[in-house]
Design a protein around this ligand. Structure first.
Ligand SMILES: [Zn+2]
Length: 349
């Protein structure tokens, strides 16, 4: 009875929990026991169901009734009083000692009281601080609710570059000019050498990702990264504090027209085979509405410091790529490269 933080760290380490997360693992155990850790503790017997038995031991692992044990054998109530068996169960349930969200004391934050090294040696990289500072300089009224470099303990509970201060999260707040997803798209297009990878709106990209560097691929992590965008940097880029947003300024907010916003003119109503203007229909003709679309796209591209496209009224590959980029940068839009009524309206927002 009364296991210490050091003892918990030791048994967690033996079970395979990575060094960056030993503190959290120990704190969760302490929180589960309200500071007095008893390896033979049995949780509330009244919480049992036909499938679930009581919780046991160091990490208060919920046991499964024998009939269901084949599903998760590490939830064997007859063995969970063994500290090492219990720690291995914790390791399994936390996906390798990195995700403690299954524990209520983690979710409600109680474990924080028991952390030893809250910052865990995180020193924010100057390059990351530069990104958030630049964003605030450009868009002083932006919300910062999801900003982070070292992140909160929730963030630290997963293996991530936030643990070393080599990642920055930028809150998505297009209403105040800071369109995080459009901004990281600009960084992707410029192929910023500092970047290890970017996560934005369920997509991930980076220079080294297999199958074509810098292309977006779908990202299936727990956090969709819709209220913020995430950028990880290489350790060698820690001190590279150059501009991240390529001159996007308060006068030209990201993904917002550089000129005074005006109401969208009514959609010209081209239906055609694809329900709008696209490459298949307009690559080989010159069309005034296509030119208007290109001019609007250019305002958005300019806003993130990206290369503009020719406004020649022909809907070529570059126009198609720009339309898809624009549709991707907007929430809830179908990315089909076709400008129908919805995309048309968005181009004036
Ligand atoms: Zn992040």
């Amino acid at each position: 009875v009364g296991w210490s933080w050091e003892q918990l760290v030791e048994v967690a380490r033996n079970a395979g929990v990575p060094g960056s997360h030993l503190d959290i693992a120990a704190a969760v155990s302490l929180a589960e026991h309200r500071g007095n850790v008893d390896p033979s503790a049995v949780g509330d017997l009244k919480l049992q169901t036909e499938k679930w038995g009581p919780s046991y031991g160091l990490w208060q692992i919920r046991s499964l009734k024998p009939k269901y044990l084949h599903l998760e054998p590490w939830r064997d109530g007859s063995r969970l009083a063994d500290p090492h068996f219990n720690a291995r169960a914790m390791y399994r349930i936390s996906k390798g000692g990195i995700n403690f969200t299954p524990w209520s004391t983690f979710e409600d934050g109680l474990y924080r009281q028991y952390l030893r090294g809250v910052e865990m040696g995180c020193a924010p990289a100057p390059a990351c601080r530069a990104a958030l500072t630049e964003a605030t300089k450009n868009w002083p009224n932006r919300r910062k609710t999801s900003d982070g470099i070292c992140g909160d303990p929730r963030h630290q509970a997963r293996v991530s570059d936030h643990n070393s201060g080599q990642a920055w999260d930028l809150s998505h707040d297009p209403a105040h000019g800071c369109d995080a997803h459009a901004l990281v798209e600009g960084i992707r297009q410029r192929q910023d050498k500092r970047v290890k990878y970017i996560i934005s709106n369920r997509r991930i990209c980076g220079p080294g990702s297999s199958g074509g560097g810098w292309n977006w691929k779908s990202y299936s992590g727990n956090n969709p990264h819709s209220i913020h965008a995430h950028v990880s940097i290489w350790p060698s880029a820690r001190n590279a504090t150059g501009s991240w947003f390529g001159g996007a300024t308060a006068e030209a907010p990201a993904s917002t027209p550089a000129t005074t916003p005006s109401a969208a003119p009514p959609y010209p109503g081209y239906g055609g085979r694809y329900g709008g203007y696209n490459r298949a229909e307009f690559e080989n003709k010159v069309d005034g509405n296509v030119r208007t679309i290109q001019e609007r796209l250019n305002l958005h591209l300019k806003g993130v410091g990206a290369t503009q496209i020719g406004a020649d009224g022909r809907f070529g590959r570059k126009t198609e790529d720009a339309v898809k980029w624009f549709q991707r940068s907007r929430r809830g839009m179908k990315v089909d490269g076709t400008v129908g009524a919805k995309t048309w309206g968005e181009l004036w927002k």
